[in-house]
Design a protein around this ligand. Structure first.
Ligand code: BTN
Length: 167
């Protein structure tokens, strides 16, 4: 089943080079409302991600993440089976279905995918400094799940939605 959720409590560490690290939480009951508080007993599972945004030689961006998924279990005796760990989850920028009105835009916003197109082609690309890897944009992972990071701020917070294709 396809299951949407909001990214919560996300943070990207700014000013630490061109390939920043980041982290965020996904609460799988949170899509229709605000993110659940940490102590909320109603959540049935939560995933935390950490990762890094990379820019390769051709200035294409990718995300390398790992995650921990905690499911609610009914009794303490089931604690042993409540957590899953996945060390390598790879994300690529997902281009729009039709590169129509604004070529190079991944999402229509100021996305990292836009940076790679604007700066990544032609002879001048080799001389200009590489852009800082940006999390903004529409991403797709190895599992087919999609994440749309649509806004960030100067405090390192970013916001978006997560649509898992597996659960
Ligand atoms: C659930 O059913 O408990 C929530 C869905 C969990 C989906 C997980 S989160 C980590 C991994 N990456 C994905 O894109 N989906 C799965």
């Amino acid at each position: 089943p396809i299951r949407p959720a909001l990214l919560c409590r996300s943070q990207q560490l700014h000013g630490e080079g061109q390939q920043p690290t980041f982290g965020f939480t996904v609460n799988w009951k949170s899509f229709s409302g605000a993110c659940l508080a940490a102590a909320d007993p109603g959540g049935d599972s939560t995933t935390v991600f950490v990762g890094q945004c990379f820019v390769d030689k051709s200035r294409e961006e990718s995300l390398h993440t790992m995650w921990l998924l905690r499911e609610e279990v009914k009794a303490e005796k089931d604690d042993w089976k409540a957590t899953r760990l996945h060390l390598r989850l790879y994300w690529e920028c997902r281009p729009p279905p039709t590169p129509s009105h604004q070529p190079g835009l991944c999402t229509g916003s100021t996305s990292g995918c836009q940076l790679r197109i604007q700066h990544g082609v032609g002879p001048s690309a080799d001389r200009s400094p590489p852009p800082q890897c940006s999390l903004l944009g529409l991403w797709q992972n190895d599992l087919g799940s999609e994440m749309n990071i649509s806004a960030g701020n100067n405090a390192g917070k970013f916001f978006g939605t997560y649509l898992t294709k597996v659960s």
